[in-house]
Design a protein around this ligand. Structure first.
Ligand code: GUN
Length: 291
């Protein structure tokens, strides 16, 4: 039987595990605070940000939301960032990506106080992660590590093929999984749009991570018998539903599940883990700043 990896259940355990630290902070008179910044009105981003706000409320993290007009200048966004850097009640914050085309996300990230960068995207935090001394593990890669751990997948010596080289998922995940650490020691292959014979690279893998944003790119013929499949994709495709679309992953679930030992669904796999790890990083930021 193929195991359907329950991201909601593992995320719930992660949230429960934060209670002790949140109580310890409360005893010291502090309450962790997370801010979300959204520039523009991308509907998917609005949904994500709303979910992050709700998650905070559930675990006792104070949340603040900052909306920036999509037509505003980059400087307007930078001003909001400077305010958050100066606000002692905000221990961590994220600027939801993507930002409008006239803003360079890298210029945004450089302005975030690295100690409040709970996404782990600031160059200082990327450098620390690559050096094996991460302050904040980026939420999706960290969530994937926790899902593999909960599924009792040992990455030691395993072949992991990551499809996608983004700065948010592919590259940091590869860096984490190759590290000489309890949850690393894997042999990692990173694939992308110029990769030749993608199927050969995925078929050789014990673990396939799909994070490219191409609906159902990876099908069952590309998955070795007994492999573990982690699907990071959340793609809106036109469908005859109430909303006019449905969400599909980067993996063709039905065919991949026939070969895989374990597979994450979309939704309900990686998504809830990303959100749980953001709470984890926020509590860590608060503990570091209040400690
Ligand atoms: N957009 C998609 N994923 C993410 C994420 O993890 N953090 C931020 N800030 N934006 C995103």
């Amino acid at each position: 039987m193929t195991e359907i990896i329950d991201g909601n259940a593992v995320a719930s355990e992660i949230r429960d595990g934060l209670t002790g630290s949140i109580e310890a902070l409360a005893d010291a008179g502090a309450r962790p605070g997370l801010a979300t910044v959204l520039m523009g009105d991308d509907p998917a981003s609005e949904t994500y940000v709303n979910m992050k706000q709700r998650d905070c409320e559930e675990v006792g993290i104070e949340s603040v939301h900052v909306d920036v007009d999509g037509d505003a200048s980059p400087e307007t966004l930078y001003d909001s960032i400077a305010d958050l850097n100066d606000n002692p009640d905000v221990h961590g914050y994220i600027v939801q990506a993507p930002v409008p085309d006239h803003v360079d996300y890298r210029d945004v990230i450089r302005r975030v106080d690295p100690e409040k960068d709970v996404d782990g995207f600031h160059p200082e935090n990327v450098g620390r992660l690559v050096a094996g001394d991460a302050r904040f593990r980026p939420c999706t890669p960290h969530g994937i590590q926790k899902l593999l751990e909960a599924t009792e997948v040992d990455t030691e010596g395993a072949d992991v093929t990551i499809v996608g080289r983004s700065a948010i998922v592919g590259k940091p995940l590869a860096n984490l999984l190759v590290q000489k650490a309890d949850d690393g020691n894997a042999t990692v292959t990173i694939c992308h749009s110029r990769t030749e014979d993608l199927a050969a690279k995925t078929r050789q893998a014990d673990v396939v991570v799909a994070a490219v944003g191409v609906p159902e790119l990876i099908d069952g013929s590309m998955i070795d018998d007994g492999a573990v499949v982690i699907d990071v994709g959340v793609n809106r495709v036109d469908a005859d539903t109430e909303k006019g679309y449905e969400l599909v992953g980067d993996v063709e679930f039905e065919t991949a599940a026939e070969n895989a030992d374990a597979i994450t669904p979309v939704p309900g796999g990686v998504g809830p883990m990303t959100r749980a790890m953001l709470l984890y990083n926020t509590v860590k930021a608060a503990s570091l700043q209040e400690g």
